[in-house]
Structures are given as structure tokens and as C-alpha cells.
Design a protein around this ligand. Structure first.
Ligand code: TRP
Ligand code: SF4
Length: 404
């Protein structure tokens, strides 16, 4: 793995809204499973986020949370590779949220598109609350508390990552300019070995004098490897590289997940609120029954009517699940009425059932022993807390609250 700590670290959260379905699998979880091998990943259940809109119905949240974690595990998210935790088990998120709220102008929050959009969409709920307005800032705290450089999100969340960048920048600007910064940075340079000192100065000069970006990333990477520097010194030296003050909170970047279109049973996007889903741990008989009754090209009324796959949601599933041979069999058979829709659906049913066999198997032990899930989460939450506390120490001191 290359780059500095932040560039290697991925954080993402998911609201507990109910049982996960194929839309979540192809849109989010498959990507998490891939990322967990490439980055240091933190994935969490955003239970406080759920409260920002569903504060009035919290009775089922606990069950939903545990089921969601089992769905993650079933999909192949591996607690040996990624840190899995629950937001409310890491109260440091809340403290950072509070501290960041001090420097966040109201206008920044009111301008986040989801604020007005969701209020208009969820009319039955009163979302003129403090918690709802602050929800994107809570998300900023989620990200910044781990100093995560990469945040895999869908397009609807990019504005929140953007807000996070602005908040981090403002924080660094307001609190990163300690008196005597240059001297502190020079002292920190002196704490490195002779060879590293020389390399650091050389790379810094190349960056500051020639704007050499390669030198900047090399210098960041070498700082990261310095075992004998405190986190505070690392920040100083990172900030010093760019000439300014300490870089207290790194600005994250959205990793835009390109999610394939997963059609629901009625042809609309698969979504819980449309009631058109196939859940991740659906029984095979249910999968079969749901797909057999799934919408097809409306032009194929009778078996003898030719169809057009492009007009058919089943075709979108073929694009996700079938190989080239099967797909040309579909195109040929559909457009010539050579096959019936039930024939066409068979390979999709088989592929989904086979994919889910693995998931149901993985899930079984957790369903039978819920304590295993709790142990994974408490271990993950502990590890997350350790990381969160480090950041919070830096933040508190930078804000003048470092007294004990
Ligand atoms: N707001 C996200 C959603 O509703 C969930 C979330 C909360 C999140 N905190 C996060 C995602 C931090 C990425 C990073 O889907
Ligand atoms: Fe859709 Fe397949 Fe039927 Fe064509 S044959 S309409 S692609 S289900």
C-alpha cells in the first residue's frame, strides 16, 4: 500500500433502514468487499443518522442494526480485513460533531441539497429539527474522526463529502496556526534520523520551490513511516511541507461508486420504499417465485409476440448475472419469440440463487449465534474508538481544550 495514512483509509457508513437487498449488494456491498483488500477500511452502521429522520419510531432499530451487520457479513465483508462498528458505540463522533458545530456557519448546512429535498419528500415527518439540519455535519465528523481520505458514496452523498472538505479546511485554518509553528516544525524535523531529515528538507524544498507534486507525496509517505514521531509532529511536518500551519484534519475525497442499475420486480429501481425487492438472504423458493412474476417487456403479451430486451427489466438482471453466451441466447430468443419469458428467467433465477447460497451459508452461523456478531462489533468499535480518540486529542489540543 502506498501514500499517506489518509489516502489509504476508507470510511463509509450505512443507515439501518431494513433488510438489505440486491440493490445494496450491487450498489454498495460488492464495492466494500473489493475495497477491504485495497485499503484500511472502516464500515459502520449509522444508527444516529437513522434517528435524524426516524426519531419517532425507534423500537425496531436494534433488530435492524443486527440484521444489517449479518447482511454485510453474508455479502463477504470480512471483519478480519475491515473494521466494522456501530456509530453510537463510538461516542467520539458526537464530541467531534459538537466541536465542529462551533465553526460551521448555518448557511453551509441550509445549502446542502438534501436538506430541502428530504423535507419536501418526507412531508409526513417534521424535519425542522436541529438534528436533521446538523446531519451532514455529523457525517463530516464521522469521516474526519478517522482522518479518512477516501469515502465511497453514491452521487446523492457527494455534497456531504464536499461540506466535509470545507469544514476541514476551515478547521485547519482557524486552529492550525499555532504560535511558534516554524520552531515547533523544525524541532520535529530534528526528531527524525539524519537521513530522513535530509530527505525531508530536500523534498520540501522541491515542492515549495518547484511545486513538485511527486516530491510532496513522497514526503508525506516518508513521514507516515516515521515510527518515532508523534501524531502531532506528523501533522506539523505535513503542514510544514506545504508552507502553512498544521494540517490537523485531512480533506477527504469522495470515491464515487458507479453502481449498476438494479431493477426491482416492477421495473423501477429496486428500493424498499417501492416494495419491489429481493432481499440478500431470500429463500430460493421466494427468489424463484418473485422472478417468475417479475415484469417483462410489456409488448410481449403472448408467447408468440417478439420482445425487445432493452424494454425489459429482466434483461438488466441478465446484464448483471449472465455470460455472453446466455445473453446472446436471450437477445436472439426474445426478438424472434423463440423463447418464452419463463425460459429466459430461468438462468437469472439460478444465478441469483447460487450467489445467495454462499450468503445464506455465511449468514447461518451468525443467525444461530448472535453473540458472534456482537463480538465482531464490540471488537470493531473498540478499534474504531482508539483511532477516534487519537484524532480527538489532536482536535481538543488544537482548540485549546488539551487540559486534563
Ligand atoms: N449519510 C449516509 C447515507 O445516508 C450514511 C453515512 C453516514 C455515511 N455517515 C457517513 C456515508 C460517512 C459515508 C461516510 O447513506
Ligand atoms: Fe424480457 Fe426475456 Fe421476456 Fe425478452 S424473453 S421480454 S428479455 S423476460
Amino acid at each position: 500500500m502506498k501514500g499517506n495514512e489518509a489516502d489509504r483509509r476508507v470510511l463509509s457508513g450505512m443507515r439501518p433502514t431494513g433488510r438489505l437487498h440486491l440493490g445494496h449488494y450491487h450498489g454498495v456491498l460488492r464495492n466494500w468487499v473489493k475495497l477491504q483488500h485495497e485499503y484500511e477500511c472502516f464500515f459502520f452502521v449509522a444508527d444516529w443518522h437513522a434517528l435524524t429522520t426516524d426519531y419517532a419510531e425507534t423500537r425496531e432499530i436494534e433488530q435492524i442494526v443486527w440484521d444489517m451487520v449479518i447482511d454485510w457479513l453474508a455479502a463477504g465483508v470480512n471483519p478480519g480485513s475491515a473494521t466494522l462498528f456501530i456509530q453510537s458505540k463510538v461516542p467520539e463522533h458526537a464530541e467531534l460533531h459538537l466541536l465542529l458545530s462551533m465553526i460551521t456557519p448555518l448557511g453551509w448546512l441550509e445549502r446542502v441539497p438534501s436538506y430541502k429535498d428530504q423535507q419536501a419528500k418526507l412531508k409526513e415527518k417534521d424535519l425542522t429539527t436541529y438534528g436533521f439540519l446538523g446531519y451532514p455535519l455529523l457525517q463530516s465528523a464521522d469521516i474526519l474522526i478517522y482522518r479518512a481520505g477516501k469515502v465511497p458514496v453514491g452521487a446523492d452523498q457527494v455534497a456531504h463529502v464536499e461540506l466535509t472538505r470545507e469544514v476541514a479546511r476551515r478547521f485547519n485554518f482557524v486552529y492550525g496556526r499555532e504560535p511558534g509553528f516554524e520552531e515547533a516544525a523544525e524541532t520535529a524535523v530534528g526528531r527524525m534520523g539524519k537521513k530522513s531529515q535530509r530527505l525531508y528538507r530536500d523534498l520540501r524544498k522541491r515542492y515549495l520551490e518547484q511545486g513538485d507534486g511527486e516530491a510532496l507525496s513522497r514526503a508525506r509517505a516518508m513521514l507516515d513511516e516515521q515510527a518515532n514521531l508523534s501524531l502531532a509532529d506528523k501533522e506539523r511536518l505535513t503542514g510544514y511541507l506545504e508552507g502553512g500551519g498544521r494540517l490537523l484534519l485531512p480533506e477527504p475525497e469522495a470515491l464515487l461508486t458507479e453502481s449498476p442499475k438494479v431493477p426491482g420486480l416492477d421495473g423501477d429501481k429496486m428500493s424498499k420504499s417501492y416494495g419491489n425487492t429481493i432481499s440478500l438472504r431470500e429463500e430460493p423458493a421466494q427468489v424463484e417465485q418473485k422472478i417468475r412474476t417479475m415484469k417483462t417487456d410489456p409488448a410481449r403479451v403472448r408467447r408468440t409476440d417478439p420482445g425487445n430486451p432493452e424494454q425489459c427489466p429482466v434483461w438488466s438482471l441478465h446484464k448483471l448475472y449472465s455470460d455472453a453466451d446466455t445473453r446472446s441466447w436471450v437477445t436472439e430468443g426474445c426478438t424472434t419469440a423463440g423463447i418464452g419469458c419463463l425460459d429466459c428467467k430461468k438462468p437469472v433465477i439460478d444465478a441469483i440463487v447460487a450467489e445467495q447460497d454462499v450468503m445464506r451459508q455465511r449468514a447461518r452461523q451468525y443467525e444461530e449465534q448472535p453473540d458472534l456478531v456482537k463480538a465482531i462489533i464490540s471488537e470493531g468499535s473498540e478499534h474504531a474508538r482508539d483511532q477516534a480518540r487519537e484524532t480527538l486529542d489532536v482536535v481538543r489540543s488544537a482548540m485549546g481544550l488539551g487540559y486534563r
